[in-house]
Design a protein around this ligand. Structure first.
Ligand SMILES: [Zn+2]
Length: 316
């Protein structure tokens, strides 16, 4: 490769080749480039969206740890229930703050990249969310593409928006937006974060999770880090790159302390039932949870809040 590509996050022309990986799924190697300006790590070439076929959603594709079919059919019986409870806890914390969007009516929640709809189903079963003004009904909207979006729309009655429909919504539509393990699948993250920021009400909260490529484990493993799956994880972040993108979108980074999100991530990576049982035992010890959080930098990855008075962004 003679010239390196411009950064897909900040547009700077300077990037350097960090390494390449061959994968059984592709005839050509994947190249990892690091932006010299913002530190963003990105994969070329980007695999077409056709990688997200039915086999992928069943855990028979490039990521064997996903099982969207089980999540669609019985979300409460999967380990993701820990993650869902944690996200609801964090949403409740935010809505109880004085700088949350004011109001006593329904709380509008967008699950961006809703996949098989497990979180949407969980939230629909909750029906309400606690806030500073008491329990408020939840109004749910999902956004994604693919076969599960159609099923969630047709068979489950959810409002699932395609990307074009989402972009047509007015400013300040949502109190809360979740983007759980989505951003790493998106080749150009900056315009997506700007869209989500626009769709948040002033005081609204973005619950976003993605892998931490600046964590001790990621630094130790390099491109062998388990999160480096170049067919699907095409954009990789550190707290610093995420903070920069948030600022560009007019959002304020906000740290949270994950509990169930971390628990789910640990159990998801178990690989076998025996290891899962061992990990369940270890998870009873707060020290073990803290150690894993430190090694993988899960809680170090910030969420973001839209300020009540949005600062004017001046572009050069
Ligand atoms: Zn950059």
């Amino acid at each position: 490769m003679s010239a390196t590509p411009a950064c897909r996050a900040c547009g700077q022309p300077r990037s350097r080749l960090e390494g390449s990986r061959r994968r059984p799924s592709a005839p050509e190697p994947f190249h990892y480039f690091r932006c010299a300006a913002c530190g963003f790590l990105f994969v070329e070439p980007v695999t077409p969206d056709s990688v997200y076929d039915d086999a992928y959603y069943d855990g028979r594709g490039v990521d064997p740890t996903v099982n969207y079919r089980a999540e669609y059919e019985h979300y409460a019986r999967t380990d993701r229930i820990h993650e869902f409870n944690d996200l609801l806890r964090l949403a409740t914390c935010h809505l109880s703050r004085s700088d949350a969007p004011p109001g006593t009516g329904p709380v509008r929640w967008l699950d961006f990249g809703c996949g098989a709809g497990g979180l949407l189903k969980f939230l629909r079963d909750q029906r309400t969310v606690d806030s500073a003004t008491g329990p408020r009904p939840l109004e749910l909207v999902g956004s994604d593409v693919g076969s599960y979006s159609d099923r969630l729309r047709r068979e489950d009655g959810f409002q699932i928006l395609a990307p074009g429909e989402l972009a047509a919504l007015p400013d300040g539509t949502f109190d809360l937006i979740s983007a759980i393990e989505v951003l790493e699948h998106i080749a150009h993250p900056a315009p997506v974060l700007r869209l989500l920021a626009r769709l948040l009400k002033p005081g609204g909260f973005l619950l976003l999770t993605t892998g931490n490529l600046a964590s001790p484990m990621a630094r130790w493993k390099g491109l062998d880090f388990s999160y480096c799956m170049p067919e699907i994880h095409v954009s990789l972040f550190s707290p610093a790159t995420l903070n920069r993108l948030y600022a560009d979108a007019g959002l304020v980074p906000e740290r949270v302390r994950y509990r169930g999100v971390l628990r789910f991530k640990i159990l998801k990576s178990a690989g076998s039932d025996r290891r899962r049982r061992l990990l369940r035992g270890a998870l009873r010890f707060p020290g073990f949870r803290r150690l894993v959080d430190l090694l993988y930098g899960t809680s170090a990855m910030p969420c973001a809040r839209k300020p009540l008075a949005t600062p004017t962004i001046v572009r050069a």
